[in-house]
Design a protein around this ligand. Structure first.
Ligand SMILES: *Cc1c(COP(=O)(O)O)cnc(C)c1O
Length: 455
């Protein structure tokens, strides 16, 4: 499989190089040159596979010839041994609500599903005894998933930038109580967009990137998207009818994976983007204007994002694969702070996507009602997607992606239902553990210095 950049479709890359680089040197995001399209008969065949075989089938489309299907199969089997549900994910039907629980991995959020696989892909790469330094920005859940996947790896250091005081206590503790000499937690005095910007700047600084042999595992890494495509297929096969998916959205990675599944032939009606008050995606999908505003802290912190990086991949599609046009729009975004889609481009976008905004008070009410009526506790991110699904008016059934376990947002749950929830067994005693992290200014030079000092 050949890969291109959203800003240059003439230069080809292979899977291994895009896996290690994450971001193209022109600032664009990597995309496969073309997608495999499954026919109805193919889908019939895939519907009989278990999650592991389904994942091997889908992921190997993107990783061959570097990682062949058998290799992927052995990686998948290893990656998901610690998940506490048999099929990795679980479609739960709660009074007519179809909830796809994606949080049965080691750190209680859907990020584990891709990150566990990525951790094992690193083992397949011959590093020539050169240490890799991974720098990653997290809005709360990517960091812990990366730690769980990469701790104790001899040839890898992991630097995690989280926004200081802007993630939940439990999210932070899961990251900062991990004892492993290759893990460095950094709280940046800024928001997630600041953290993400710093990582992108480091990637685009060729000299620095080479000096530290830098790699990335943020949601712009194509391998993450690929692993997330699998559960859209899984859910469709369980539902056996054309469906909508409602997806709690921040950086546009998870819902974009659903879009790729649709392009590969999966009968998806609408992909419903749920946002909190950080509603850039709600605004662009409804009006065509892509304009980041100031980040506002919310009860669903993993979605407190205004620069939804993966949206650039969708732009490439909306612009009918015109790489120049993507480049011009991204330049306008950086110069003037916004760009706007033409009417026909907006139509293309709205053909596949709808968006709804769910604010904090609505989120709290949904968590409470769900608990009172069905005895089931939603996490605040998942609750935004439940809220969005209530507003959808088309005929198709909807599957809601459950992106995190409520324990990660203990205080919000207490606010909503008036009581504390018990930690899952693997996190008993977490709140008493000692934390280790550095607090640094939102400053590229200082962060580079910190990393250079540690390696
Ligand atoms: C990361 C995250 C999201 C947002 O996913 P994106 O791929 O960034 O859109 C939503 N909910 C939770 C719990 C998350 O951790």
């Amino acid at each position: 499989m050949n890969y291109i950049s959203t800003r240059d479709k003439k230069t080809y890359f292979d899977f291994k190089s895009i896996f290690l680089r994450g971001l193209a040197s022109d600032g664009g995001l990597f995309l496969p040159e073309k997608l495999r399209k499954y026919s109805k008969d193919d889908l019939q065949r895939l519907s009989k596979l278990n999650y592991f075989d389904l994942a091997s089938e889908i992921i190997s489309n993107f990783s061959e010839p570097f990682l062949k299907k058998d290799k992927i199969k052995s990686i998948i089997e290893k990656a998901y041994v610690n998940f506490d549900t048999k099929d990795v994910v679980k479609l739960n039907k709660i009074n007519g609500v179809n909830l796809l629980e994606l949080y049965h991995g080691p750190t209680l959020a859907f990020k584990d599903i891709a990150m566990q696989v990525i951790g094992l892909i690193f083992d397949e790469i011959d590093l020539n005894k050169k240490k890799i330094n991974i720098v990653v920005a997290t809005s709360g859940d990517t960091g812990s998933a990366a730690i769980a996947a990469l701790k104790e790896k001899k040839d890898i250091n992991l630097f995690i930038l989280h926004p200081y005081k802007k993630i939940s206590d439990i999210q932070r503790k899961i990251m900062t109580t991990c004892v492993s000499s290759n893990i460095f937690n950094i709280a940046v005095k800024g928001n997630f967009d600041d953290c993400q910007k710093i990582v992108k700047q480091m990637f685009n600084d060729e000299k620095f990137r080479e000096k530290i042999n830098m790699s990335g595992v943020n949601s712009i890494n194509w391998a993450r998207i690929v692993c997330q495509i699998v559960y859209y297929f899984y859910a469709y096969f369980k539902m056996q009818s054309k469906i909508n998916f409602a997806v709690p959205t921040g950086n546009f990675g998870d819902v974009y994976a659903g879009f790729v599944a649709k392009k590969m032939g999966l009968p998806i009606n609408k992909l419903i983007v749920a946002t909190n008050n950080n509603d850039i995606l709600f605004r662009v999908i409804n009006s065509g204007e892509y304009k980041p505003l100031k980040v506002k802290p919310s009860l669903s912190p993993s979605m407190d994002i205004q620069v939804a990086s993966n949206f650039e991949r969708l732009l490439f599609h909306i612009f009918k694969e015109d790489d120049k046009k993507v480049k011009i729009s991204m330049q306008k975004l950086s110069d003037e702070g916004f760009f706007k889609l033409e009417k026909d481009e907006l139509n293309i976008l709205q053909n596949d996507f709808e968006a709804e905004r769910v604010d904090d008070s609505e989120t709290l009410r949904i968590i409470k009602d769900f608990f009172v009526n069905y005895g089931f506790i939603l996490d605040p991110h998942t609750a935004t997607a439940v809220g969005a699904s209530y507003k959808i008016k088309n005929e198709s059934k909807t599957v809601i992606l459950g992106t995190a376990h409520p324990f990660k947002f203990l205080d919000t749950i207490k606010l909503a239902i008036g009581k504390k929830i018990e930690p899952p067994k693997k996190f008993l005693g977490l709140t008493e553990k000692v934390e280790k992290f550095e607090i640094l200014d939102n400053n590229l030079v200082e962060l580079k210095k910190f990393i250079l000092d540690k390696i």
